[in-house]
Design a protein around this ligand. Structure first.
Ligand SMILES: [Zn+2]
Length: 356
C-alpha cells in the first residue's frame, strides 16, 4: 500500500513536470520506486533524515539538503524553473526533477536515477552526488548503510579500487549478437520477424553500454546473414569479457516468459564469473525489469554460439513471439528499450562480479 502510494506520488510529480520546458535532455520514463530501509552514515555516525531514502532503478535517492549540508554543500531549489543547484566549494551540480541528465561543472552527465520531489523534499541519487563532489562513498551490505566521508575499515575493503559504481566497467569488452539476420528470419509471427526484433534490442543495448564507457562490438548492425561461428569468432578475436546474444522465442500460443541459455562448462569462466552465473544474472534482470514469467536458466551444450565462445556467453530469449499479448509488447520501442535496459543492468552486474 505504502509502495503504491509512493509510486503514485512520484508519477504525479513527474507528470507535473512533463510540461516543464526549462529542463534540457531526456525525460526519465523508466520510473519505479520503493521506500528503502537503507541508512546513511556521515563520518561514521548515523544521520537522521526527514524522509526515508527511496530506491529508484536500484539507486538510493536521499534528501539532498540534509545529507549534503553535512559536507558544507549549499542547495538552491527553484521550483518555478524545476531546477536544483548543489554547490560545494568550486564544484556545482545542476539537476532537473525527473530528468536523468544533469550538469556537473557545466558538463552534461547521465544519472541512473533522476532527482525527485517527494512530499515537498528534494531528493537526489546519493552516490552520484557524492562522487561528483569527491566525497568518499561506501556501501555495507551487512548493515544496509551508505557511508559518506570517513567509514569503517571493513566498508573500505568492500569498495573496489576503481571507486565502485559504474566506473569499474569502463573499458571492458562486450560483444553483442543480434540473433539470426539476412536470409535467416528466426521466428515470424503477425508479420514480425525475430531477426528485426533482435537487432532493434541489440542496437539499444549497444547505445546503453557505450554510454557507460564499455567497449562494444556488434556481430551485425544491419539485416545481414551471419554464420553461427562468425558470432563467437568475433567475441574470441576481440578477447571479449562477455558475449550476449539477443533472441526471441516461439512455441505454443499460450506460453509467455523469458529464459536464458548457457553452455555448462567451467571453460567459459572469466575472472570470477562463470557462464552459469552470467545466465543467472541475465535471467534475474530480465524477469525483474520486464515483469515476464521466469522460465529459468537452461543448459544448452549443443548451441554452437555458446559452445565455441571462450568467455561467459548467454543467449537471452526475451519473450515469446507466438503469444499475442507478448508479441504486442515486443513490437513497441518502449518495451524493446526496457529489455535493453535489463540486459545492460545484467552486463554491468556481471562485469563487476567478474573483477571484484
Ligand atoms: Zn532466435
Amino acid at each position: 500500500m505504502k509502495r503504491t502510494l509512493l509510486l503514485t506520488l512520484i508519477i504525479v510529480t513527474f507528470l507535473l513536470n512533463i510540461t516543464n520546458t526549462y529542463a534540457a535532455g531526456e525525460y526519465f520514463s523508466g520510473v519505479w520506486g520503493a521506500i528503502s530501509s537503507s541508512k546513511i552514515a556521515v563520518n561514521g555516525l548515523a544521520l537522521n533524515m526527514e524522509r526515508e531514502p527511496i530506491s529508484i532503478n536500484d539507486r538510493l535517492v536521499v534528501p539532498v539538503a540534509t545529507v549534503f549540508s553535512q559536507f558544507g554543500a549549499k542547495v538552491e531549489w527553484n521550483e518555478l524553473r524545476n531546477r536544483l543547484v548543489i554547490t560545494k566549494g568550486n564544484d556545482n551540480i545542476i539537476m532537473y526533477i525527473g530528468y536523468i541528465n544533469c550538469y556537473v561543472n557545466g558538463e552534461i552527465k547521465r544519472m541512473e536515477s533522476p532527482a525527485v520531489l517527494y512530499n515537498g523534499t528534494v531528493m537526489v541519487p546519493v552516490r552520484f552526488v557524492a562522487e561528483s563532489f569527491n566525497i568518499p562513498v561506501g556501501w555495507s551490505q551487512k548493515t544496509s548503510t551508505v557511508y559518506l566521508g570517513e567509514m569503517p575499515e571493513e566498508v573500505k575493503e568492500e569498495i573496489p579500487a576503481s571507486g565502485g559504481g559504474y566506473s569499474g566497467v569502463k573499458g571492458r569488452i562486450v560483444v553483442i549478437d543480434a540473433g539470426h539476420g539476412g536470409t535467416q528470419s528466426g521466428a515470424v509471427y503477425g508479420g514480425v520477424k525475430e531477426k528485426d526484433l533482435n537487432l532493434s534490442i541489440a542496437k539499444k543495448l549497444n547505445e546503453k553500454l557505450k554510454e557507460l564507457g564499455i567497449v562494444t562490438y556488434m556481430t551485425r548492425t544491419s539485416d545481414s546473414t551471419l554464420s553461427l561461428y562468425a558470432r563467437s569468432d568475433l567475441a574470441n578475436s576481440k578477447n571479449a569479457d562477455l558475449l550476449i546474444s539477443v533472441h526471441n522465442n516461439a512455441g505454443a500460443s499460450s506460453v509467455t516468459g523469458s529464459m536464458s541459455l548457457y553452455y555448462p562448462s567451467a571453460s567459459k569462466t572469466k575472472g570470477k564469473l562463470t557462464s552459469y552465473e552470467f545466465a543467472r544474472i541475465v535471467q534475474k534482470n530480465l524477469v525483474s525489469t520486464l515483469g515476464t514469467r521466469d522460465l529459468g536458466i537452461i543448459e544448452r551444450p549443443g548451441l554452437a554460439v555458446l559452445r565455441t565462445a571462450n568467455m561467459p556467453a548467454v543467449i537471452a530469449e526475451i519473450g515469446y513471439m507466438s503469444n499475442n499479448s507478448e508479441l504486442n509488447k515486443l513490437k513497441t520501442s518502449a518495451y524493446q528499450d526496457k529489455a535493453a535496459e535489463a540486459l545492460k543492468k545484467a552486463i554491468v552486474e556481471s562485469l563487476e562480479k567478474m573483477y571484484k
